[in-house]
Write a protein that binds this ligand. Structure first.
Ligand code: M6R
Length: 602
């Protein structure tokens, strides 16, 4: 995680650095800092917390430098504090770093023995001292950067400025994303290619081992051997970070309400199931097993889709948490195995690692990714764009419903290729999804009323059966990440095997139910909770709520759907509930503590 931004121009760069950090704040907001070169020396400003705090510091003493680097931090080594804030400095040098230096301890000892004076607890601070040591030994800044890149273990992207060359920005990449661009006003680099918007129309994506040299005249890229190279370019979409008026109090709320539009966009783009197949080089008739891999909310989308691939395409499917999967021992792959990785950001380090494991085993990997141009989108064998548009709130909402809509389409497409019956009927039902989500959103006043009753809870439980189990897990994740209330999602039938001991009148239990084949089983589980004085918030269609009205303390109605639609529709009140509980607790909904939107470290 962490975000790097840097700029070289003909005017003071501090305003651009602050704006760049705002665009990257989704990557972390424990501290922020900038460094520029001014009258031949390095000027540094930093602040604990969000970019707003840094902006106040910069405003009270704006640096005038026209070359500068900037960083927004998600703490890994050392607490969020001013001394651990980037940029880090050695004599004549400043660097900003994203990633983790795994051998920082050894390097720190060796550098200390040679006179380095470390000020921070970070792994990153070895970088400027290593560069300084090489430059003091006569190496050029470019050579020093490459040597440092070779000495470091781990994944990292670095931006650097040096008093020796006050008109140059340097960067290096291994494992962490980095894009550079050039436009009329000068050069720019950032962790996210779209953050170059307004400064460059194209982003050049550095590959592992590449360095960049950016001056006011242009950009030069060099490979690991130091040779000049050209790299893939991406168009920068100027609208992604364009200022617009958000009529909602928070990005998260807007993104929840955007879901019908996102679904309409997806169903407009992928009109028939075979449209999604056109994006990926897979013949589902030959697929013998699918492994879906992802993290967090994307993992819950995968867990749901696993059921759909089995139900609609009759292909064995399993799901794995990327951070666990990448270090598992595996039996030899079967012929016809397929991996599907799912990621909003396309930069999640654990998911990238799992994808690499799959590819090393010779298994084709297709990706569902929202951020086109991201590492996963570029490196998968085929990518299906999620079309959710930029998701700014750290808690994922519209990306989840986009993932589920695209996965539903893909499962139906797989079923069609495998000549399974009834696919057309399910595809027709999918067309109603947008209207059903709209109807679920109209019930927001009821959700607010429940939030007002429960927002002081210390702990909450979410339960669901079948396809509502992953939804329960997702509901609990949403609540805990933005409201800081402890919450757990359980399979409703599993409660009696242990978690039911947690049931008491103070712990709200959100029970997901739906008319259909599993209703009676779910109803029994709800009654088991009621018999133990549980405080039940029932979420379900009208008929199922009616038959459990004697045991629910609160109820939230959603439209009735089928196996495919119900879980997506039932997610909406859980998103709204998490949002309103966090709002009532007075918390920073879009930037919850300790989190970052894009998790680019292990
Ligand atoms: O960008 P990705 O979809 O790969 O991210 C995966 C998780 O980090 C992400 O879903 C996270 O759990 C969200 N904060 C959930 O709201």
């Amino acid at each position: 995680m962490c975000g790097i931004f840097a700029r070289i121009a003909n005017e003071p760069v501090a305003p651009a650095l602050i704006e760049g950090l705002r665009r990257l704040e989704y990557r972390g907001y424990d501290s922020a800092g900038i460094a520029t070169i001014e009258q031949g020396g390095i000027e540094r400003r930093c602040a604990v917390g969000k970019v707003d705090a840094l902006e106040a510091v910069v405003r009270s003493g704006p640096p005038a430098g026209t070359v500068g680097i900037a960083h927004t931090r998600w703490a890994t080594h050392g607490s969020p504090s001013e001394r651990n804030a980037h940029p880090h400095i050695a004599p004549g040098l400043a660097i900003a770093h994203n990633g983790i230096i795994e051998n920082h301890r050894e390097l720190r000892h060796a550098l200390s023995d040679r006179g380095a004076r470390f000020r921070s607890e970070t792994d990153s601070e070895v970088i400027p001292w290593l560069m300084h040591q090489h430059m003091a030994g006569g190496a050029s800044a470019k050579d020093a950067m490459h040597r440092v890149g070779e000495e470091l273990h781990g994944a990292f992207a670095i931006a650097a400025i040096s008093e020796n060359e006050p008109d140059v920005l340097r960067a290096y990449r291994r494992g962490s994303p980095l894009a550079v661009g050039f436009g009329k006003g000068g050069g720019v680099l950032a962790s996210d290619p779209q953050a170059l918007a307004g400064y460059a129309s194209e982003a050049m994506i550095l590959e592992d081992g590449d360095s960049a040299e950016i001056t006011r005249d242009g950009v030069a890229l060099f490979n690991r051997a130091g040779e000049r190279v050209q790299r893939q370019t991406l168009a920068v979409d100027p609208s992604v970070f364009a200022c617009d008026d958000n009529p909602y109090a928070h990005h998260m709320l807007r993104e929840i309400h955007e879901q019908p539009d996102v679904i309409a966009r997806i169903l407009g783009q992928y009109r028939v199931p075979s449209d999604v197949l056109a994006m990926v080089p897979v013949d589902f008739r030959r697929v013998s097993r699918i492994t879906l891999v992802a993290c967090g909310t994307s993992y819950y989308a995968a867990a749901l889709a696993r059921r759909w691939f089995q139900e609609f395409a009759r292909v064995p499917a399993e799901v794995a948490i990327a951070s666990e999967f990448r270090y598992e021992a595996f039996a030899p792959p079967l012929p016809g195995e397929l991996a599907i990785v799912i990621s909003q950001s396309g930069e999640t380090a654990d998911t990238i690692g799992a994808m690499e494991v799959m590819r090393a085993r010779g298994i084709p990997v297709i990706a569902l990714v929202n951020q086109i141009g991201s590492t996963i989108a570029r490196e998968a064998d085929g990518t299906i764009p999620l079309l959710a548009g930029p998701e700014i709130g750290v808690a994922s909402t519209k990306a989840f419903s986009a993932q589920l809509t695209v996965l539903a389409m893909l499962a139906l497409a797989a079923g069609q290729r495998r000549n399974q019956p009834g696919i057309g009927q399910f595809h027709a039902r999918l067309q109603k999804l947008g209207d059903m989500v709209t109807a679920a959103l109209h019930n927001e006043p009821a959700v607010i009323a429940v939030a007002e009753r429960i927002h002081n809870a210390h702990s909450m439980i979410y339960v669901g059966r079948g396809s509502l189990f992953p939804v329960a897990m997702e509901g609990a994740l949403k609540l805990k990440e933005i409201s800081y209330i402890h919450a757990e999602g359980f399979a409703a039938g599993e409660l009696k095997h242990g978690p039911i001991a947690l049931v008491d009148p103070q712990t709200p239990i959100v029970a997901l139910v739906a008319s259909g084949s599993l209703f009676e089983k779910s109803a029994s589980n709800v009654r088991e909770i009621a018999a133990r004085n549980g405080r039940i918030v029932l979420v379900g269609d009208r008929a199922s709520l009616l038959s459990l009205s004697d045991v629910s303390t609160h109820s939230l109605t959603v439209p009735q759907g089928c196996e495919l639609l119900q879980p997506i529709v039932s997610t909406v009140p859980l998103q709204l509930l998490a949002y309103h509980v966090a709002r009532l607790r007075g918390l920073d909904v879009d930037r919850p503590r300790n989190l970052a939107k894009s998790v680019t470290v292990e």
